[in-house]
Structure formats: structure tokens, C-alpha cells
Ligand binder design. Structure first.
Ligand SMILES: [Zn+2]
Ligand SMILES: [Zn+2]
Length: 65
């Protein structure tokens, strides 16, 4: 399986900026997910209700911010 695809956000179809994973185990950029949550609390991929999301702390240092 092409490992790059895991890092593509389906909302902006770009590389995930700050990857967050939803309660249904789907991942998006944090900013894309927050936008999504503004109009719907359902996952755009599987339509399950997003109960929570987590951001993995694998980004040791974030220069932009
Ligand atoms: Zn995105
Ligand atoms: Zn989902």
C-alpha cells in the first residue's frame, strides 16, 4: 500500500498539515477537521459522529506557530 496516501487529507486533498485522528479512526488536517465540525459533526469519510479527535504528538517541533 502506498504509504503516502495515509498522509493525504480528503478534505483539502493535500498533505496533512497537523494530522488529527477522529474517534472513527480517520485522519485529517486539524484545520480541515475544525472547519468540517463547524457545519457537521459527522466524519466526511464514514459519516459516523465524531465524538473526539486526537492529535499525535509525533511532531516534535512546529516551526510555524
Ligand atoms: Zn486538509
Ligand atoms: Zn470516519
Amino acid at each position: 500500500m502506498p504509504k503516502d496516501r495515509k498522509n493525504i487529507c480528503c478534505l483539502c486533498t493535500g498533505r496533512m498539515n497537523r494530522k488529527v485522528t477522529t474517534s472513527c479512526q480517520h485522519s485529517f488536517c486539524k484545520c480541515c477537521l475544525l472547519q468540517q465540525l463547524n457545519h457537521s459533526n459527522r466524519c466526511p469519510l464514514c459519516r459516523k459522529k465524531i465524538l473526539f479527535f486526537t492529535s499525535p504528538t509525533c511532531f516534535g517541533s512546529a516551526p510555524n506557530n
